[in-house]
Design a protein around this ligand. Structure first.
Ligand SMILES: Nc1ncnc2c1ncn2[C@@H]1O[C@H](COP(=O)(O)OP(=O)(O)OP(=O)(O)O)[C@@H](O)[C@H]1O
Length: 251
């Protein structure tokens, strides 16, 4: 479980996160949604330990990341998997080598063990046949799958996905969402996903946190989001034609 309490971040005196709190549970896919520039990426960076907030706590199963010592931070980092925006694969490494990379860097496993684990993860995302291809030789959706395989290769307790659907067609997006949800459930990972994809919101939004100008304005699930009375969230949702139509057909 991840708990964030009162996260506050400012840049040069400008507050970009103002007292954000929330609880994220194992086996759940929690979405952070909101318009551009509302603080989603900064919040994620504060949670994964890339940006230090000015105030607040980030607790991983009760361990406070920011006030923890070097060993605590290292231990927590080892339990994280991250799917970066744009997948962030190494162009000069094969798909398999990309997936194996965290094991090469962070473990002293034998080559055979690392290969077995990397191949297992590639198989889990349905890419075993692409193991020897280069990233430039696979599609955008496949790159995301490689990114997911790499993110889970260390068997993480916590999985962070920054806009996993960006640049994908709607069908591939849904498949990526389903894969993230399946893996979350199968390994009981605490997963957080940043998105502004409405299909994801309505498809996998078991827990949704809506940010607006650095504030958390709403929290709920895909089942009650369309009933929101928060004007900023309504505006965000109903800028999407499909959602407008869904709401109309409900009435
Ligand atoms: N390193 C930084 N220095 C100064 N300001 C920053 C920095 N990083 C982010 N910001 C500012 O913080 C605010 C929130 O940015 P953030 O990247 O979290 O938005 P976002 O919600 O993820 O947007 P998008 O959906 O467009 O990616 C923005 O106004 C941004 O300009």
């Amino acid at each position: 479980m991840i708990e964030i309490k009162n996260i506050r971040k400012e840049f040069n005196g400008r507050v970009v996160l103002d007292g954000i709190s929330g609880t994220f549970k194992p086996g759940n896919c929690s979405l952070i949604i909101g318009g551009s520039g509302t603080g989603k990426s900064v919040l994620l960076k504060c949670i994964v330990g890339l940006i230090k907030p000015e105030g607040g706590n980030v607790l991983y199963n009760g361990r406070d990341f920011w006030s923890g010592d070097k060993d605590t931070k290292r231990d927590i980092r080892r339990e994280m998997g991250v799917l970066f925006q744009g997948s962030a694969l190494f162009d000069s490494k094969t798909v398999l080598e990309n997936v194996k990379f965290p094991l090469d860097m962070l473990t002293d496993q034998s080559e055979e063990e690392k290969m077995d684990r990397a191949q297992f993860c590639l198989q889990r995302v349905g890419l075993e046949k692409a193991a020897q291809r280069m990233p430039s030789e696979v599609s955008g959706g496949m790159k995301k799958r490689v990114g997911i395989a790499r993110a889970i290769v260390m068997n993480p307790k916590y999985l962070f996905c920054d806009e996993p659907n960006s640049g994908l067609d709607p069908l591939t997006s849904v498949k990526i969402d389903e894969l993230i949800q399946e893996i979350t459930d199968e390994y009981q990972i605490t997963t957080m996903v940043i998105t502004h994809d409405m299909n994801s919101v309505l498809g996998i939004g078991e827990d949704i946190l809506f940010l607006h100008q650095g504030h958390k304005l709403w929290e709920g699930t895909k089942d009650n989001i369309l009933d929101t009375e928060v004007p900023e969230l309504q505006e965000f949702l109903y800028s999407n034609q499909l959602v407008r139509r869904m709401k109309k057909s409900q009435q």
